[in-house]
Design a protein around this ligand. Structure first.
Ligand code: C5P
Length: 218
């Protein structure tokens, strides 16, 4: 019998990369495929939650039966999240958000010249940090993809962004991180509890994340 332990809960999940245009031809993005976030969406739906997915550009099909808001840039994602977070019980921010965007988007294609080209990048808003300031009773979960000092950096983010817990992965490990179907993560919570999940499918990890969410319900 399927576990419907999230029935009646409203969940917002962000997934995928964001994409920041430089000119009509070029953009800046990252290696996120959205697989981890889409697996969370699928798992939450199967457990009875009402799911809203805010997704950056990906090649995967969103699971049926969820509300999908497609975005491109970090500013788009910020706006979509701010418009939909208020009535949510649980927010899981798995998107790999671009921290910077080009200061200006050139209307015409930038021509090459002999010398170097310098792009000025400006900071994007930190969506998760903003959510942390507006947290209320919501359960707030972040992700941390790191290549160095994984646990240390993840713990600092729990505090800075006011999270209940964070899903930390070392993107340099085989079988973890971008594009692959499996992941190896630590769930680290605000009480200092650390749970290691050995290499598992992203769907299995999604269920473990939701099991942990259940522990923070009031
Ligand atoms: O600080 P860092 O980018 O490593 O934190 C990752 C977490 O913060 C992820 O959950 C990501 O979705 C979120 N984030 C965000 N807005 C940003 C940068 C990261 O929501 N501008």
């Amino acid at each position: 019998k399927p576990n419907r332990d999230l029935e009646g809960k409203k969940i917002l999940v962000t997934a995928g990369p964001t994409k920041e245009s430089i000119d009509p031809v070029r953009f800046i993005t990252n290696h996120s495929t959205g697989k981890m976030g889409y697996s969370i969406v699928e798992a939450a739906r199967d457990r009875g939650a009402e799911v809203t997915l805010v997704s950056g550009p990906t090649n995967i099909c969103p699971p049926a039966g969820v509300e999908v808001i497609k975005v491109e840039t970090t500013l788009d994602m910020y706006e979509a999240v701010m418009n939909s977070y208020a009535d949510k019980d649980i927010i899981i921010k798995s998107a790999a958000v671009a921290d910077y965007r080009p200061e200006t988007v050139s209307k015409s294609k930038i021509k090459k010249s002999e010398g170097n080209l310098t792009l000025t990048l400006v900071r994007n808003p930190d969506i998760l940090r903003t959510l942390g300031e507006l947290k209320g009773d919501r359960i707030l979960v972040g992700f941390a993809a790191e290549s160095d000092h994984v646990l240390e950096n993840a713990k600092a983010k729990i505090v800075k962004k006011n999270l209940d817990f964070i899903v930390a992965n070392d993107i340099t490990e085989d079988g973890a991180g971008f594009g692959v179907d499996t992941n190896i993560v630590h769930l680290i919570d605000k009480n200092g509890e650390i749970e290691k999940i050995d290499q598992s499918t992203k769907l299995e990890i999604a269920h473990r994340i939701l099991d942990k969410v259940k522990k923070f319900e009031k």
